[in-house]
Write a protein that binds this ligand. Structure first.
Ligand SMILES: NC(=O)c1ccc[n+]([C@@H]2O[C@H](COP(=O)([O-])OP(=O)(O)OC[C@H]3O[C@@H](n4cnc5c(N)ncnc54)[C@H](O)[C@@H]3O)[C@@H](O)[C@H]2O)c1
Length: 268
């Protein structure tokens, strides 16, 4: 059940956080793993019994060589997790610079695009390509303009790739994590957003990397053979709607201030 025996998986962003947890879980489930990251992931690769290939996912040629390295080392490619990413420039839209948006699109979006493009000719028919988007690709998120644009683009390209690769039985899905307990969530200057995110996730806590790895494990397995083209939230219920942490204080305000509905009607 959910065995990954016989799979050869490339995971980008595998030095840390979600990618690291996914690489280790895939290895435990029987897959051969190729860990890619711009940061050294040799130790994680040893722990997973796999190999590390230094890769900057924003560089198309490096991503192409990464996919080829998997085939050279293990004789095939069956599974890809395009996961590497950055938080990038923060600030309201009036402060976005060309460098900020280019960086987010080059790493977060094009990193995934090159991953799909160069996996496609090599990956076995029936394979699984998975991409890490974010809840921020589904919602507007003030001050995260560069990030949300890059993540929404991942969702769009995932669906397009799923349609183009379906004739070969290759499935393409992306996941949309809520705020997860990884180094990315603790960037300086985003402490308030972190606490806010915990309150917005109705299950009331951060997503754990192992929980994301478990979802990727299912999507990678042959048990999931009819699932493609999806953007799957893993966010403690946040996309279901505003939870009690959000609604509760509003109810209190309504009862304590006896709001008049006339104030909310359009004038004229
Ligand atoms: N942590 C969260 O709250 C959260 C929420 C939603 C989505 N995500 C997404 O999950 C993915 C993984 O992030 P994480 O939370 O594990 O963060 P993380 O910072 O722990 O890991 C990100 C990894 O990506 C690598 N990386 C960065 N730029 C790269 C590049 N150009 N080429 C290759 N590797 C590069 C980093 O070296 C790092 O190891 C990202 O795409 C992120 O946007 C994270």
């Amino acid at each position: 059940m959910f065995s990954l025996d016989g799979k050869v998986a490339v995971i980008t962003g595998a030095a840390s956080g979600l990618g690291k947890a996914t690489a280790l879980r895939f290895a435990r489930a029987g897959a051969k793993v190729v860990l890619a990251d711009i940061t050294d992931a040799k130790e994680v690769a040893v722990e997973a019994g796999g190999i590390y290939v230094k890769t900057d996912v924003s560089q198309e040629e490096e991503v192409k060589e990464l996919m080829q390295a998997a085939v050279s080392e293990y004789g095939k490619l069956t599974t890809v997790v395009n996961n590497a990413g950055i938080g990038g420039q923060m600030g309201t839209l009036d402060s976005i610079t060309r460098e900020g948006i280019d960086e987010a699109l080059d790493i977060n979006f094009k990193g995934v695009l090159w991953g799909i493009k160069h996996a496609a000719p090599l990956i076995a028919d029936g394979g699984s390509i998975m991409n890490t988007a974010s809840y921020a690709g589904l919602f507007g998120t003030p001050t995260y303009g560069c990030y949300v644009a890059s993540k929404a683009a991942i969702i769009a390209i995932t669906k397009t790739a799923a349609l183009e690769l379906a004739p070969r039985g290759i499935r393409v899905n992306c996941i949309c994590p809520g705020t997860a307990d990884t180094p990315m969530a603790y960037i300086e200057g985003a402490e308030v957003e972190l606490k806010l995110a915990c309150m917005l996730q109705p299950l009331g806590r951060l997503v754990q990397p192992e929980e994301v790895a478990a979802l990727y494990h299912f999507l990678a397995s042959d048990d999931c053979a009819m699932v493609t083209g999806l953007a799957i939230p893993i966010d403690g219920g946040m996309t279901a709607g505003p939870g009690l942490g959000v609604i509760g204080p509003l109810y209190e305000k309504i009862f304590s201030e006896s709001l008049d509905i006339e104030d909310f009607k359009a004038e004229g």
